[in-house]
Design a binder for this molecule. Structure first.
Ligand SMILES: Nc1ncnc2c1ncn2[C@@H]1O[C@H](COP(=O)(O)OP(=O)(O)OP(=O)(O)O)[C@@H](O)[C@H]1O
Length: 927
């Protein structure tokens, strides 16, 4: 027996001359031969051959390499990596990206680099195909014949040898959407396995992709979208999404197109600022159009385009001018192109001679003007010549022109019907329709193709006005923005004014994700109305620097700016600071901008150094101690106007508050209200705080410390401040601050001291108990005690305290007008004391809250006596008790009879639906 394994015979090597010949032929291969036009740029072949190719960017969702490093993210590197990875397996790569983003150009570059022996040397043969050409191959054929039809420089014999080494082959297929047959994920039995086996071309391609035919060959396909990729569902396939030019790449492009670097810079900056928000600047063709247009306008000194419509109007007007077509013929051409564009939307991207004739364009077949708008494939004189629009956006522009030039077209349907019909297949049609409704914008074209229908331009304006007003009326928050884009496009300030006059309220509020385009449009609308007093943007999660930049003029005109629950970039805070700096904004509310953090805050505080801001709300903004020093120095500035500062729910901790107190202690500080709920504070910072509020110069009237570990130790410091005649504190809230009865004696003394001007005190959710609150009741019975509102919700109180509180209210000395004692389970017997007090004419209570104190129907008699006699109570809260239907008729009668009660809350008692009718007879009951 032989010990050596029998080796499989290696496939014969193709003749190296053949390889060289193929490369030579490929040096002249071109995916698309076309004329250069202002609307489509240089051909891919020309770009590559003249070394004008600029690397493109891709989406960064490429998988990680085995060692955890990220794949390179330029398109060319990525393609090389995925094509050469794991050479034992079939590699199918989809290159995806919108029209004009550079797919064909990239293929062309790869092919020429390979043929010039620079790249992809691992492949002996690359076979390029354009799907468009394959559409003509209707008959069945073998793979060998399929290649020979397109690449006639091989013989059958030489090709047979080449196909024996699939791993050294790369097939390129460009433009899937131009293939008229669908590629299906066919069952394996229906696929081809041998290069000489005949099948429809679509089956040959699917067999290659599925690895049934020429297993091991590599395949690269380009497509505009993933819409028709179901044939790839069973196989492993790399998707590479092209984004186009990044900002530095487009800068390089502008530098390349303009000979004068100054003009290049000016044109680049102008394009970024005026057109950046349309989302088109990454597209090489759009960059080309802008370069073409700006070159012309910079030379002639004409007006630069402000809108997308102007870009396409001016570019096409320039094309028409260059060809000097008389008006009637120019109009016929545009009408024909518009009709064919509409037909192509609903049918095929690839159009035939018949489609051209049906649209009345036959007369223009030989005109170079036709190829400014259409790609022509093949000999125009032959029946096989095919056409496609140079881009979907040009197609939509032509449809918009048709709408205004032919009112009989498509049954004379309204703009609403037209847009509804084409929804989903157009992106910019409404934009162009709006832009073209403006006489100034359409003027350059009107001079060439004749007048636009007045009925239609006026109809568009009327439609735009009505739909915008409606969207504002019905508070559909997202839609107004889409109409603002159209208003911006129509550049008609009078129209915006009309809308704002009828819908003033809605114009200042926006609840949705904003885009850069929305920001520019919003700014336009606000500026047309001369600004808004209040501007509210809610829930926009990605406000970039660019977006804030667009909004600066509108922001600067607003006295109140509220950007709630948004996420702003650091650059946005810098821009916001510039808005506030020396501006007229008096209130800025950035609540729930969780990502702000100290860095965002520091950038913002720069703007506070010289401004009119009086109210600053920064709750839940991810702030920490690090930003407090800057804030303190702002508070200490002689120019500061700030009197309300809301820093709730930021982890400032004692360290942060101690820093802040440096500002509070400044004689310049004018703060009247400081909100510090849930800030991670303890008693350790209370001494410094207490000193700050006892200062001569302190203006602080409201201090909210809810949810901090103030504890009795901390409260002792605060009561010292309250005793000081210098403090101006009127409202202290210490809800849930871990207080016990131990702090009550000090508080009681403070409440009686001469300097104390406290009118509101909230000690809810602290374990004060009867022993604590009974001590507090003492000062309340004296006339000198200024307290008017007291909240003692959930303080573990019992009947004894209620009895004492009743005595306080009846004493005739108490100034209490509001008392909250809910969630202390005293039942009817405890509540009785307060009902009795209410019946007493010394009691001045206007608000009483006894939520969840276990009140039952048994207290009805007491309630009745109290409400009949009382003449001061305005609001009564009895929700979450155990009252039943039995009490309802009497309660409702009492409220109906009362002259003072404005609202009684009876929610969440034990009522059935049977009594809802009775409740409804009284508008003052909440149930
Ligand atoms: N990398 C590049 N560098 C310079 N110019 C480019 C580049 N890519 C594309 N262009 C320009 O943009 C034009 C359109 O590119 P291309 O035809 O490759 O786009 P595409 O993605 O194949 O579009 P479609 O889906 O319409 O076929 C080219 O003709 C060329 O002028």
């Amino acid at each position: 027996m032989s010990t050596t394994r029998e080796e499989a015979p290696s496939p014969p090597r193709p003749d190296s001359n053949l390889n060289a010949l193929h490369k030579e032929v490929m040096m002249t291969y071109c995916f698309e031969s076309r004329h250069q036009s202002a609307l489509c740029g240089q051909s891919p072949e020309e770009v590559v051959l003249t070394n004008q190719y600029i690397p493109l960017s891709i989406a960064e969702n490429m998988e990680m390499e085995g060692d955890g490093t990220r794949s390179p993210n330029t398109l060319e590197d990525t393609l090389r990596t995925v094509l050469l990875r794991n050479r034992d397996q079939a590699r199918v790569v989809m290159m995806l990206g919108p029209a004009g983003v550079g797919k064909t150009t990239t293929m062309q570059k790869m092919l020429l680099d390979w043929a010039g022996r620079e790249e992809l040397e691992e492949f002996d043969f690359i076979f390029p195909f354009a799907f468009r050409d394959l559409t003509l191959l209707e008959q069945e054929m073998s793979l060998e014949d399929f290649i020979l039809v397109q690449h006639g420089h091989f013989t059958s014999e030489s090709l047979a040898v080449i196909l024996q080494s699939p791993q050294s082959l790369l097939f390129m297929f460009d433009g899937l959407e131009q293939y008229q047959y669908r590629l299906e994920s066919t069952s394996h039995s229906a696929l081809c396995t041998k290069p000489n086996q005949s099948a429809p071309v679509s089956v040959l391609i699917t067999s290659l992709v599925q690895g049934e035919l020429l297993k091991g060959a590599s395949i690269l396909i380009t497509a505009r979208s993933t819409a028709s990729l179901s044939f790839l569902s069973d196989i492993e396939c790399n998707h590479v999404q092209i984004l186009g030019f990044s900002p530095p790449q487009r800068k390089a492009y502008f530098d390349q197109v303009f000979t004068d670097p100054k003009n290049a810079e000016q044109a680049f900056q102008y394009t970024e600022q005026k057109m950046g928000f349309y989302g088109l600047c990454g597209n090489p063709v759009f960059c080309w159009i802008m370069c073409f247009l700006l070159k012309e306008t910079l030379e002639t000194g004409d007006d630069l385009p402000e809108t997308l419509t102007q870009v396409y109007v001016q570019t096409s007007a320039s094309i028409f001018r260059a060809h000097n077509l008389e008006e009637g013929r120019a109009r016929d051409l545009v009408l024909g192109l518009g009709k064919m564009a509409t037909y192509s939307l609903g049918n095929s991207q690839l159009l035939s001679q018949k489609d051209l004739a049906d649209s009345g364009l036959q007369q223009f077949l030989m005109s170079p003007l036709l190829s400014a708008f259409l790609f022509l494939y093949g000999d125009p004189a032959s029946d096989n010549c095919m056409f496609s629009f140079i881009s979907p956006i040009v197609q939509e522009f032509l449809i918009a022109l048709l709408y205004y030039l032919d009112i009989t077209w498509s049954g004379g349907e309204s703009v609403e019907v037209l847009l509804g019909k084409l929804e989903g297949s157009v992106k910019f049609l409404d934009v162009f329709l709006s832009g073209l409704s403006d006489a100034a914008q359409r003027k350059p074209l009107e001079g060439i193709v004749g007048e636009f229908s007045k009925d239609r331009t006026e109809g568009l304006r009327e439609w735009l006005k009505n739909t915008t007003v409606q969207s504002l009326q019905f508070l559909s928050y997202k839609r107004p923005l889409s109409y603002y884009r159209l208003l911006h496009q129509s550049q008609n300030p009078a129209l915006v004014k009309e809308i704002s006059d009828s819908q003033a309220a809605g114009l200042g509020r926006y609840y949705s994700e904003l885009s850069a385009w929305d920001s520019a449009a919003l700014n336009y609308v606000v500026m047309c109305c001369g600004g808004r007093d209040e501007l509210h943007l809610h829930s926009s999660l990605n406000i970039t620097g660019e977006m804030t930049l667009h909004l600066i003029p509108a922001f600067r005109l607003s006295r109140k700016l509220a950007l709630l629950q948004c996420t702003l970039s650091t650059a946005s805070y810098v821009h916001l600071a510039s808005v506030i700096h020396k501006g007229r904004t008096v209130e800025l509310d950035l609540s729930y901008n969780r990502a702000m953090g100290d860095s965002g805050a520091k950038a913002l505080f720069e703007g506070l150094r010289d401004c009119s801001l009086q109210i600053l709300r920064l709750p839940v903004c991810g702030l920490r101690a690090a930003c407090c020093e800057d804030l303190a120095s702002v508070l200490a500035l002689p120019s500061t106007q700030l009197h309300v500062l809301d820093l709730r729910s930021n982890e400032l901790q004692d360290e942060g508050l101690i820093q802040l107190c440096r500002g509070l202690r400044s004689p310049h500080c004018k703060l009247q209200e400081l909100r510090l709920q849930d800030s991670g504070l303890t008693h350790l910072s209370m001494e410094v705080l207490s000193q700050a509020i006892s200062d001569d110069s302190s203006t602080l009237a409201t201090l909210v410390l809810d949810g901090n570990e103030v504890s009795d130790l901390g409260m002792d410091w605060l009561t010292r401040a309250l005793r000081s005649s210098k403090t101006s504190l009127q409202h202290l809230s210490a809800f849930d601050c871990n207080l016990t009865d131990a702090c009550c004696e000090g508080l009681a003394v403070a409440l009686l001291s001469e300097g104390c001007s406290l009118t509101e005190l909230d000690l809810s959710l602290n374990d004060l108990g009867d022993s604590g609150v009974l001590q507090l009741c003492e000062p309340l019975k004296f006339q000198g005690c200024s307290l008017e509102k007291l909240r003692l919700v959930n303080c573990q109180l019992s009947e004894a305290t209620f009895r004492e509180l009743g005595a306080v209210l009846r004493s005739g000395n108490s100034r209490l007008t509001a008392l909250d004692v809910g969630l202390n389970k005293v039942g009817n017997t405890g509540a009785k004391y307060l009902w009795q007090a209410l019946a007493d004419n010394h009691c001045q209570l206007e608000h009483l809250d006894m939520e969840m104190i276990n009140l039952t129907d048994g207290s009805l008699e007491d309630i009745s006596a109290a409400l009949k006699a009382n003449t001061s109570l305005k609001t009564l809260v009895l929700k979450n008790n155990i009252l039943t239907d039995a009490s309802v008729p009497s309660l409702v009668q009492l409220i109906n009879d009362s002259r003072t009660i404005q609202k009684i809350n009876l929610q969440y008692n034990d009522f059935t639906e049977d009594v809802f009718e009775i409740f409804e007879t009284c508008g003052r009951v909440k149930y």
